[in-house]
Design a protein around this ligand. Structure first.
Ligand code: BG6
Length: 507
């Protein structure tokens, strides 16, 4: 995992982007390359090759990307810096081609050899699958057949695979098996963009670079953990994708489980990719497969989000009017190991909730009451450590303090650390570290085949159970609310309740 502040540029290489005109390329990949150029971390000799179905010239491709980058930068009131853009766009080639046809790969092979000869890229190529997921297997297979991803090639040959990696356990296994026919595991970089977030990477720093937290990071001191990834946006223009996916598949085996892994894994012996990935894999093994009774699903109705009316999920474009797809899910997860036995991890995520807010909240066990017999129990709050993932990135520690005055009256107060108060954060879209790490061959922030499969295995009973039962009360939460009542019942059964979904701001 790279701290980008003290790094050298990666070796020269070609980056071949499949899905070169797509949203991901425009919104994230190219802006991330531009931001890497800003920090001097783009390869000095770099060639971008785009492959897509559309008929366009390299100049048109470059102009499209530039126009989009300008829009991205305008959001943070920046104008394009010509030198940085030049560093990204100096060698850009668009190849029109059908992903399924071997000819495309023959042409690509010829093009890569020519570019390598001209620029001296030492044979290094990074293939980036930024396409719809149904192309992943085909493209990898065709690259393999054309000899383009041979581990014996002169330079490195790596493949970045975007999400979703499979649709369930069987399809994830099949995709892994297929990729591993053509590539070695160490050539494959499965992205989970949550791991590109500084706040997520910081969980390891918090836990393992401080003597303070790790000794209390266990079932002796922790009562439970709440992980929330709330979004206020709906499904935007992705109706078709979402109808085939739903909140569980879209967010849980990947993003939320990565947050669980960062929070709950055992300390690795080093920060080497393999050591960290081994600890994560162990953790996934210790999680109980989810039971249907431990999971709640919801779907949003019409409502008001941030003062604007929002339509119901069933009224969104490309969504069935009687859709039973969930846009919210909450669950209770148990981890069977010495550190966590008996400590529930409650997870929730949903679209069209009241606000965008992601956090990991660790609730410590309550102090014994004896000393504060006269304090009403509801005033004696337990201590919370809250890791704010986004927005208002930072960490809060909530604890009880004596309210000034003659009596021993307690009040919950908070100590806060805000990233923005301490660090100047260079503009970033969250893909910079991921792309850089892949270019230097550091796989720490990427998922290994077994991890992806164990994550799917954990949610498999729920996917199957839901496929066989129709949710009767959909839609069951209003857009702009904090989710369905059933999610509250899940915690109430254990005598607990969710924290409010809110931005903590300065407090
Ligand atoms: C994506 C999901 O993986 O993550 C989206 O497909 C979701 O549905 C997004 O909105 C959330 O990511 P972020 O970085 O905006 O919190």
């Amino acid at each position: 995992m790279s701290n980008l502040s003290h790094k050298n540029p990666p070796p020269p290489c070609a980056i071949v982007i499949f899905g070169a005109s797509g949203d991901l390329t425009k919104r994230l990949i190219v802006p991330a390359l531009y931001n890497l150029a800003r920090t001097g971390l783009l390869p000095e000799r770099l060639s971008l090759v785009g492959i897509g179905h559309s008929e366009k010239t390299s100049e048109q491709w470059r102009d499209d990307l530039r126009a989009f980058l300008e829009q991205v930068l305008a959001k943070t009131e920046q104008a394009i810096d010509e030198n940085l853009w030049k560093a990204v766009s100096r060698h850009m080639t668009f190849l029109t081609g059908d992903f399924e046809k071997p000819e495309t790969y023959t042409a690509l092979d010829g093009l890569l050899s020519k570019i390598d000869e001209e620029l001296g890229l030492d044979g290094n190529v990074l293939f980036y699958l930024a396409t719809a997921d149904h192309f992943f297997a085909t493209i990898a297979g065709r690259l393999g057949e054309a000899g383009l991803v041979s581990s014996e090639a002169k330079g490195f040959r790596r493949l970045i695979v975007e999400k979703p990696f499979g649709h369930d356990l069987d399809s994830a296994r099949a995709l892994n098996k297929h990729l591993l026919k053509y590539l070695k595991e160490e050539q494959i970089y499965r992205i989970d963009h949550f791991l590109g977030k500084e706040t997520v990477q910081n969980i390891m720093a918090l836990r393992f670079a401080n003597g303070l937290f790790e000794p209390i990071w266990n079932r002796d001191r922790i009562d439970h953990v709440q992980i929330t990834v709330a979004e206020s946006i709906g499904i935007e223009t992705r109706g078709k994708f979402y109808e085939a996916t739903g909140a569980l598949r879209d967010m849980v085996p990947n993003h939320l489980f990565q947050l669980v892994a960062m929070t709950a894994m055992e300390p690795p012996v080093s920060f080497d990719a393999e050591d960290i990935r081994a600890k994560k894999a162990e953790l996934f093994k210790a999680i109980h497969p989810l039971a249907l009774t431990d999971v709640v699903r919801g779907q949003y109705d019409a409502g008001i989000v941030a003062g604007e009316t929002a339509r119901a999920y069933r009224a969104e474009d490309n969504v069935a009017r009687d859709s039973t797809v969930e846009t919210y899910t909450a669950m209770r997860l148990m981890i069977d190991n010495w550190r966590w036995a008996g400590v529930p991890f409650y997870l929730r995520t949903g679209k069209r909730l009241n606000i965008r807010s992601s956090e990991i909240a660790i609730r410590f066990k309550q102090a014994p009451y004896a000393l504060f017999r006269d304090t009403p129990v509801d005033e004696l709050d337990a201590d919370w450590l809250i890791l704010r993932i986004q927005p208002d990135e930072g960490i809060r520690l909530r604890f009880n303090a004596k309210r000034p005055g003659p009596s021993m009256t307690l009040e919950s107060v908070s100590m806060k650390f805000n990233y923005k108060d301490y660090f100047h954060q260079a503009p970033a879209v969250g893909y910079e570290t991921l792309i850089y790490d892949c270019l230097i061959g550091d796989a720490t922030l990427f998922q290994r085949a077994d991890q992806v499969e164990s994550a799917w295995a954990l949610v498999e009973p729920v996917l199957k159970g839901w496929a066989n039962t129709t949710p009767r009360h959909f839609p069951n939460y209003a857009a702009g609310s904090e989710g369905p009542i059933a999610a509250n019942d899940l915690l109430a059964k254990d005598g607990r309740s969710w924290r409010a979904i809110r931005i903590l701001g300065g407090k």
